[in-house]
Design a protein. Structure first.
Length: 294
């Protein structure tokens, strides 16, 4: 990991689809050499205070943040990262609570569609996530499929051995169990972040890599920039060097921030389990106000 960035601006805790508490996420990040960390739970900021409190004890600067799923009818659902938000802003809290309730409803509907398609569902995964006050999403639905032993043979035959593969093959737009969201739009989500004093950054534009082409991503980015987008997560674990350079050139041309992350979800996650596991390819990192001044 020597020579890798010491910032990692996307991570998840038990408050959404991560495996660790916020304090444990901070401890794990510190052990990996992270100096600036953002906890970006999906549609919720319930873990931010705990992360901030754990920061000084571990020598890590914590950026208050959130990851919001937003609708783009011309593109697809996207993830919008909100950095430097006021995590005590009641308007933002209420808006995210509404989005979290909608995610839970959607998760149940997707699980029911999978069940009708012959999959067994370990509904305790969804029950436990809701009981803990976390944000239920497609990763939970995928885990509910992956952990039900009645699916073992079918999963093996199809090669669906991680939650990411289940999401991509069963829960994406156009797949058998996909259920669309009904709010917020990208423009609304950007406004939510700005209303709470934050900076809005488009997360992992090329994830999943096989889903989007350069022209589609560029068109979406230009539309988002026109309604107030502040940055692009150019540096990301699954982005190729070509994709990274393409995004970086767009960001520079549009005068946007360039951020990055390994999208940590937990030490045993099949896809995102290692902090600082992304490359900048010696391109300029533009964190703006996200970068601590000292």
């Amino acid at each position: 990991m020597d020579g890798q960035p010491t910032f990692d601006l996307q991570s998840h805790s038990v408050h959404s689809d991560g495996a660790l508490t916020p304090a444990e996420v901070v401890e794990r990040a510190a052990a990996a050499g992270v100096k600036t960390l953002a906890l970006t739970d999906h549609d919720g900021i319930g873990g931010v205070i705990e992360a901030i409190e754990a920061g000084p004890q571990n020598g890590v600067h914590i950026v208050p943040a959130v990851e919001i799923t937003a609708i783009d009818t011309q593109h697809d659902d996207i993830h919008l990262l909100g950095y430097l938000i006021d995590h005590t802003n009641q308007v933002l809290i209420d808006r995210l609570e509404g989005a979290k309730d909608e995610r839970a409803r959607r998760g149940r509907l997707m699980a029911e569609r999978l069940e009708r398609a012959g999959w067994s569902i370990n509904f305790s995964v969804l029950d436990e996530a809701e009981a803990a006050g976390g944000t239920v999403g497609r990763p939970h639905v995928a885990e509910a499929v992956l952990t039900d032993p009645d699916n073992a043979e079918r999963l093996h035959d199809l090669g669906y051995d991680t939650t990411g593969k289940i999401i991509h093959n069963l829960l994406q737009r156009g797949k058998e169990a996909f259920v669309p969201r009904d709010h917020p739009t990208v423009e609304e989500a950007i406004a939510w972040v700005h209303d709470a004093g934050g900076l809005a950054v488009y997360a992992h534009p090329f994830f999943p890599a096989e889903h989007y082409g350069n022209a589609e991503v560029e068109a979406a980015l230009r539309r988002y920039a026109a309604v107030g987008l502040d940055g692009i997560e150019c540096f990301y674990k699954t982005h190729s060097e070509e994709q990274t350079r393409f995004l970086h050139a767009l960001a520079v041309g549009l005068d946007l921030l360039t951020t990055g992350s390994a999208d940590f979800h937990g030490p045993s996650h099949g896809d995102f389990s290692v902090f600082r596991d992304f490359k900048t390819y010696d391109l300029e990192v533009r964190l703006g106000a996200i970068q601590p001044s000292v």
